[in-house]
Design a binder for this molecule. Structure first.
Ligand code: AHR
Length: 546
């Protein structure tokens, strides 16, 4: 939720300028001024359709850092049908379920190899009181979900249900603690309840509620968006609060908490600076949030389907801005932490569109098209490129909310193009990155231009290479050539994700309109690979050899 005044670095092929800490009206005025310059010119039938040329060198003998599997993390908030209906239907539901969890969703999620799931919010976390979500369900008090549609939350999905869900899908839990409206005692007891093996009132309560052994909880977020919905705090005030709350978050019974401080959004570099100065090594990571809006305007973000090529272009241009934010925050962190011990956890990212017509605007339901697949591929490449600092990222959100993996309606379920990118890319999880610098032609839209092709590579423990490629140009194919050094190629195979239209999506009637297919437009000879990427496509290659 964006209620605060915020600024960002406005980057474009249009005359470039930087807007930092502008208030919203000035930001909108600036955007309005800038957009007409980027208006897409009507296409000339004779326009150049020659493929875009791209090249790079893949030097396998010069590996980079490991790509933390947690970069492929997820986020499930009590928001709309993200939890209720999306993953949890209850044991008595007619929808097939495993102890209340939808069987179809569980099975689909398992294929993604979920490393970590963040819960219970988001803004919801800062009004969540965990004790309301334990014990017999008919005795759990309800509350109003004030952030998301004003609906009544009955607390039937609480700590035990979330932990069981994580066990079922094989993910690490990431608990987002309430600093905005909760107390130090409440947060400290939550950690004790979940992780202690001692005999105390908290652990006895856990046992009474059916869980004998403590859980392992690795990731713990100390507040969410504390500059906004999480308490409207200043950076200095929050840093002091962090230090106070953190003092009482103990490592019980061999559990070690990985502490994630509530970091900035977009270009709030001053916030990062304060956290580094005041908290320093008392945190393991700083979070970063960045959402991609086609228009950059929170009052009219742009639609999820039926968009123009200009909106396609600006969505992709804006999503690439995260590279600048990550780079700058990382540079601020470098001053105190040159060894990069403190990570950047991009624990909310993805597209945010106008709500799907006919839905509750507070439920943040939106369409997911081939454009979202491009956004996913580009962001994952950027995270890989910054794997030395970015060691976690959680797309917003897992099911039914914003840039979701999965959409459900009653007993129906469909996998989105974003799901397919996460599934195709999961070979990069835990692999060693191979840094590369691409030279590529641009995708040009009116007066605007962005690099047409993005690439990323890694080497897995079994020795195979993964190369992922994205061609964002919706009109032109791309010829990509790369020289492979320090590796003898034996074979190559690949998969491609593309579709007819920029806004092709999977629906309950046509669930496979956008689905991965075998890709064979790749040849490797004499250590040089030549790949023909279709327009608007994502490709993942697997190269075997030694
Ligand atoms: O993901 C939706 C919301 O976006 C989250 O609750 C909040 O943290 C952010 O503003």
């Amino acid at each position: 939720m964006r209620r605060r005044l915020f600024g960002f670095v406005f980057q474009s092929a249009c005359p470039s300028f930087t807007l930092e800490w502008m208030n919203t009206p000035s930001l909108l005025a600036a955007a309005a001024l800038a957009l007409p310059l980027c208006t897409y010119a009507a296409k000339d039938a004779t326009a150049d359709k020659a493929p875009i040329q791209s090249s790079f060198i893949l030097d396998v003998s010069r590996p980079g850092p490991v790509i933390a599997p947690e970069i492929y993390g997820h986020f499930a908030e009590h928001l709309g049908t993200g939890v209720y209906g999306g993953i949890w239907v209850g044991e008595k539901s007619d929808i097939p379920n495993v102890r209340g969890f939808r069987t179809d969703v569980l099975e689909a999620l398992k294929k993604l190899k979920l490393p970590v799931v963040r819960w219970p919010g988001g803004c919801f976390a800062d009004e969540y009181h965990w004790m309301d979500g334990i014990g017999p369900k008919d005795k759990r008090p309800s509350m109003i979900n004030t952030n998301w549609g004003g609906v009544v939350e009955d607390n039937s999905f609480g700590t035990h249900e979330f932990m069981e869900f994580c066990e079922l899908v094989g993910a690490e839990p990431f608990i987002s603690g309430n600093i905005g409206s909760g107390t130090v005692q409440e947060m400290s007891q939550w950690v004790e309840y979940m992780t202690s093996d001692s005999d105390t009132p908290m652990t006895r309560l856990r046992k009474e509620n059916g869980r004998d052994k403590p859980w392992k909880v690795k990731y713990f977020g100390v507040g969410n968006e504390t500059w906004g919905c999480g308490g409207n705090m200043s950076a200095e005030f929050y840093a002091d609060q962090y230090l106070r709350y953190n003092t009482y978050l103990k490592n019980y019974s061999g559990n070690r908490l990985y502490r994630i401080a509530c970091g900035p959004s977009d270009s709030m570099y001053g916030w990062t600076q304060v956290l580094m100065d005041k908290i320093g090594s008392r945190m393991d990571a700083i979070s970063l949030h960045y959402y991609t809006l086609p228009s950059g305007d929170w009052s009219n973000k742009g639609n999820g389907v039926g968009f123009s090529e200009e909106e396609w272009f600006h969505t992709l241009r804006r999503t690439l801005m995260i590279e600048e934010f990550i780079g700058q925050h990382s540079r601020v962190m470098d001053k105190k932490d040159p060894e990069k011990k403190i990570a950047l956890a991009v624990d909310e990212w993805g597209t945010w569109y106008n709500a799907r017509p006919g839905t509750n605007g507070g439920f943040l339901q939106q369409e997911n098209t081939l454009r979202d697949a491009m956004v996913a591929g580009l962001n994952l490449h950027i995270f890989h490129a910054h794997a030395d600092r970015v060691r976690m990222a959680n797309i917003a959100q897992m099911v039914n909310v914003l840039q979701a993996m999965i959409l459900t309606e009653g007993d129906k379920m469909v996998l989105t193009p974003t799901y397919h990118v996460f599934e195709m890319y999961n070979v990069h999880q835990g692999a060693t990155s191979i840094p590369l610098e691409i030279t590529t032609g641009d995708y040009v839209c009116g007066d605007g231009r962005i690099p047409a092709v993005s690439a990323s590579a890694s080497r897995r423990a079994d020795g195979k290479l993964n190369v992922s490629l994205v061609n964002v140009d919706p009109n032109k194919p791309a010829e990509v050539e790369f020289k492979i050094q320090g590796f003898k190629v034996k074979s190559v195979s690949g998969r491609v994700l593309t579709a007819q239209k920029m806004d092709s999506e999977n629906t309950y009637d046509k669930p496979d309109a956008v689905a991965p297919a075998k890709f064979s437009a790749v040849k490797i000879s004499g250590g040089v690979a030549k790949v023909s990427l279709p327009a608007k496509s994502v490709v993942v290659l697997e190269i075997a050899g030694e």
